[in-house]
Design a protein around this ligand. Structure first.
Ligand code: G6P
Length: 607
């Protein structure tokens, strides 16, 4: 969602704010702005669109100051234009906000009735107005902030500076993440450690309901009840090095190509080559005694969870329920005593996923998370974290996070199967070997890039595209369709191939490419029959399979991509790659903004 950065520094802060915003741009990119306090007065520049537009504005009309806040926006209330861009200011305060103020209309009506005027359509401006109102009534600054926070409903993170105060910034966290950076004679606020990493490695995370007063020397953190509290300062693992494209045209392509390494790095935490076994970190509960696992996640991470359901049920014989986090959190689902909640999230900050985690905790579940950001809220609130080692993922469409999630989840499935006595040592060794082969097999798949680019011409020309798969190939079909929608804006649907005859078959004609994800596994014959049904109706089949599969059916397909023949256990990890590449090339052909597709954000910290 929106990205926040704040600096209470010693040198002009605008260049550092802009640099921080660039590192936060993945959180939202429809507009951006900065505000500083210079000679006691609030100064501000904002621009619609990318950070580069803001930079150009700042070049034309620079502002100074050693204290300032910056924001990159993903619109919730009010269209993305300059007037709605943050920071929002009055003559007394400037503030930036991530999240949603749910009662903003009620507050706005009250303030309007009191004669206050508003420029924007945002919920955020109401916070600035309310705070100013309290200050104008003579409330001391900290009391005014406290009184303002007390009136807000919803989820938010805020960073606030004040006219006349060149060494004082206040931050607040309720629902949306906010980190405090500790420098040497300077202090920082940021949405995440990634933004702060070039400025400082020493980070403290605010907890739910905390607010913080910072000056150049340090921070005083208050909890929701108003008492001072200590929050641990950690050395962040996030790198401060600039994240570049390393010669690739887009971050997404670079990240697709990083998968063999990222999967290998992830496996290193779990795979023991000597014993051909997979070892998880010690769990504070007995996996063998877990009556049921509930999986919750959003977007691409949800599809990783769906693959895990198939694995955990088939191999480890554990009943698994899975739901979208946004549904699970309000469904009031009963959960069995001693059950396990498994959350999957790249960012570890997705608001719905975090809420689902908290719901499960309240139901007494053990919480295990698969996350890519080890200091994230979800990681911090889990009993056990199984890390993915994808490294920073900048492209909004998730690629290497997905395949590393699958890798970690595959290791969890093997460990659970061993713990429950569901497989013998020979099977454990075979499964472990198959997962250990994935990095080199993934590199083989990437060698088909040119052929996939050619096939993407057909996809890019289509209005609708269908993806089909069965078993663990079904979530890959769903993920393929999601990737295509996200970055090329072509309508696509993923379907379980057996379900096609109950509806989507009506869509088939020679203008609809049908991408069939078909490793030769136990279900291949079924998928093959469904593919014949598509061909019989004139559909253009793009067939993703291995040598035996292609020998069987490839001749009838419009195009084929031959993937390595592997144990069907790991096939979903490898088959994710061609669907990513297909979406990528289709988007490039259509000329969309691949790394920053319209309307999306990488980390969704609002409901
Ligand atoms: C956003 C991103 C998706 C991602 C989803 C879940 O919608 O654009 O790529 O899959 O959030 O994010 P998470 O960080 O929880 O994996």
């Amino acid at each position: 969602m929106c990205g926040i950065i704040g600096i209470v520094g010693r040198e002009p802060c605008v260049p550092l704010l802009v640099d921080g915003l660039k590192r936060l741009e993945y959180r939202g990119y429809d507009s951006a702005g900065v505000a500083t306090v210079e000679n006691g007065l609030i100064r501000r520049r904002r621009a619609e669109g990318r950070i580069s537009r803001l930079e150009a504005k700042l070049r034309d009309r620079p502002i100074g100051g050693t204290i300032g806040i910056g924001h990159t926006r993903w619109a919730t209330h009010g269209i993305p234009n300059e007037i709605n861009a943050h920071p929002h200011i009055t003559d007394r305060v400037a503030l930036v906000h991530n999240g949603i103020i749910e009662n903003f209309q009620e507050l706005k009506d009250e303030l309007l009735a009191g004669g206050r005027r508003f420029d924007s359509d945002t919920d955020t401006e109401v916070v600035a107005a309310l705070l100013t109102d309290h200050m104008e009534r003579g409330m001391p600054l900290r009391d005014a902030v406290r009184a303002t926070l007390d009136r807000l409903h919803g989820a938010f993170a805020l960073a606030i500076v004040f006219a006349g105060e060149e060494e004082l910034m206040i931050g607040a966290r309720r629902g949306s993440p906010l980190a405090v950076g500790y420098g040497d004679g300077e202090m920082f606020l940021g949405s995440d450690a990634l933004a702060l990493a070039p400025l400082t490695r020493r980070i403290g995370y605010l907890e739910e309901g905390d607010w913080v007063v910072i000056d150049r020397k340090g921070a005083t953190v208050y909890d929701a009840a108003g008492g001072t509290v200590e929050r641990r300062i950690v050395e962040t693992a996030a790198s401060g090095a600039p994240i570049g494209k390393a010669g690739y045209r887009h971050f997404m392509l670079k990240e697709i190509y990083e998968q063999p390494t990222a999967i290998g790095d992830t496996l290193q935490s779990f795979f023991n080559p000597a014993g051909q076994t997979v070892n998880l970190p010690d769990l504070p509960f007995d996996l063998a005694a877990v009556p049921r696992i509930t999986v919750a996640a959003c977007g691409t991470a949800y599809y990783a969870g769906l693959v895990a359901k198939y694995w955990l049920e088939r191999i480890a014989r554990i009943p698994v329920e899975i739901d979208l986090a946004s549904e699970l959190r309000y469904r009031e689902a009963p959960m069995p005593e001693g059950g396990m909640m498994l959350v999957v999230s790249q960012s570890g900050e997705t608001a719905d996923t975090l809420a689902a985690l908290r719901y499960a905790r309240a139901q007494g579940q053990h919480v295990v998370s698969v996350v890519n950001v080890p200091e994230s809220s979800i990681a911090r609130e889990s009993d056990v974290v199984l890390p993915t080692k994808a490294g920073p993922e900048i492209g909004v469409a998730s690629t290497k996070a997905f395949t590393t999630q699958l890798t970690t989840l595959a290791c969890l499935a093997i460990s659970a199967a061993v713990a429950r006595g569901a497989i013998d040592h020979a099977r454990e060794a075979a499964l472990s070997r198959s997962i250990a082969e994935v990095p080199s097999r993934a590199a083989e798949v990437l060698a088909h890039d040119d052929a996939i680019r050619d096939i993407a011409e057909t996809v890019a020309a289509a209005r609708d595209v269908l993806y089909l798969g069965r078993g663990t190939a079904y979530p890959i079909a769903l993920e393929g369709a999601l990737k295509l929608k996200e970055i090329s804006y072509i309508h696509a649907e993923g379907y379980a191939s057996g379900e096609m005859k109950h509806g989507p078959i009506a869509l088939i004609d020679d203008s609809v490419p049908v991408i069939v994800v078909a490793p030769s596994d136990a279900l291949f014959d079924k998928t093959a029959s469904n593919t014949e049904e598509v061909i019989a109706r004139g559909g253009k089949v793009i067939f993703l399979s291995d040598r035996p599969g292609i020998e069987r059916l490839g001749g009838k397909a419009t195009a084929t991509v031959e993937l390595p023949l592997v144990d069907s256990f790991v096939a979903p990890i490898l088959y994710a790659l061609p669907v990513q590449l297909l979406a990528y090339h289709a988007a490039v052909i259509r000329g969309t903004d691949v790394d920053r597709p319209r309307n999306l954000a990488k980390s969704v910290t609002v409901e």
